[in-house]
Ligand binder design. Structure first.
Ligand SMILES: [Zn+2]
Length: 70
């Protein structure tokens, strides 16, 4: 099984994403995470480079109960 679907951010939810790894490469922080494809539900692994860092107006760890999508 393979997935060639274009990802649409409209159908991606933070509550479905799982952070797999955070690592440093070429002096940049990278984040590796997994989300289910909205079309076929296959787990997809995505890697992104961190380009911005700001102080967050929240406290960690996040309370899971706050992010409920019905
Ligand atoms: Zn797919």
């Amino acid at each position: 099984m393979s997935c060639d679907h274009e990802l649409d951010a409209e159908f991606l939810y933070p509550s479905d994403a799982a952070v797999l790894d955070l690592f440093e490469e070429d002096d940049d922080i990278h984040i590796r995470f997994a989300v289910p494809c909205p079309e076929c539900d296959l787990a997809l692994e995505l890697t992104a480079r961190v380009e911005e860092m700001d102080e967050a107006a929240l406290s960690l760890p996040l309370d899971d109960a706050e992010d409920v999508y019905d």
